[in-house]
Design a protein around this ligand. Structure first.
Ligand SMILES: [Zn+2]
Length: 224
């Protein structure tokens, strides 16, 4: 969804909360969405109090509580975030399959993203091979499906989390988990934004690998 209508439920200074929104807040390694609410520029989206989603405006705007407004995402930027995020899932699945590496951190941004792996081995050639495998998968263009599953069922799926903590990102009281499946490649519990088909990524360009300690490897990558 690139645009929508909603009602203002709170507006204080440059912070606006709506009764519904397509803006994805900062979290889980992803930057927050930007765009517009009516004519006002949204420069960031963050999680607010009581599970609210707070739109941060460039400058305070005259928005009245109860007023109907039009929300519009900066779609070019958001689509890059989605492509980067699905790329990170694909890379983590392939690195995990080949080496057993788990994710110790990530930063998903529109221009350049990075993933940290727990990995003893530091062989650039081998890691480039894994990126090549990811690009082969992209050319096959499998669908990326999202659906919900009961927590206890989801926990039976091997690799449902690839975080080094071994824990799910979703809090323990969440009983229905959102599952993101790259058909044939990866199934993870995840709340973030993704493409519909792997081909949308076009290509993953590894930028560099960095040694971040004894068993921590960082991969920087981008997309065209
Ligand atoms: Zn994710």
């Amino acid at each position: 969804m690139k645009d929508f209508t909603a009602k203002v439920t709170s507006a204080e200074g440059n912070q606006v909360v709506l009764d519904q929104t397509a803006f994805n807040p900062h979290g889980g390694g992803l930057v927050g969405d930007t765009g517009w609410i009516d004519e006002a520029k949204v420069v960031d989206t963050v999680k607010g109090p009581a599970d609210s989603i707070m739109h941060v405006l460039e400058a305070p705007a005259c928005l009245n509580v109860g007023a109907e407004v039009k929300g519009k995402l900066d779609w070019d930027r958001r689509h890059r975030i989605m492509r980067m995020h699905t790329s990170a899932h694909l890379l983590s699945a392939i690195f995990n399959k080949r080496t057993g590496a788990l994710i110790t951190g990530n930063q998903i941004q529109p221009d350049e993203s990075r993933i940290d792996f727990s990995l003893e081995d530091f062989d650039r050639e081998r890691m480039l091979t894994y990126c090549g495998e990811a690009n082969t998968a992209i050319t096959k263009n499998p669908p990326v499906k999202t659906y919900f599953m009961k927590r206890e069922e989801a926990l039976k799926i091997p690799g449902i989390t690839k975080l080094a903590t071994g824990r799910l990102a979703a809090p323990p009281d969440v009983q229905e988990l959102r599952i993101v499946e790259i058909e044939g490649y990866d199934t993870q519990a995840d709340g973030g934004v993704h493409v519909k088909n792997l081909g949308e990524i076009v290509k993953i360009d590894p930028i560099k690998f960095e040694n971040k300690g004894k068993s921590n490897r960082r991969l920087y990558f981008t997309i065209p």
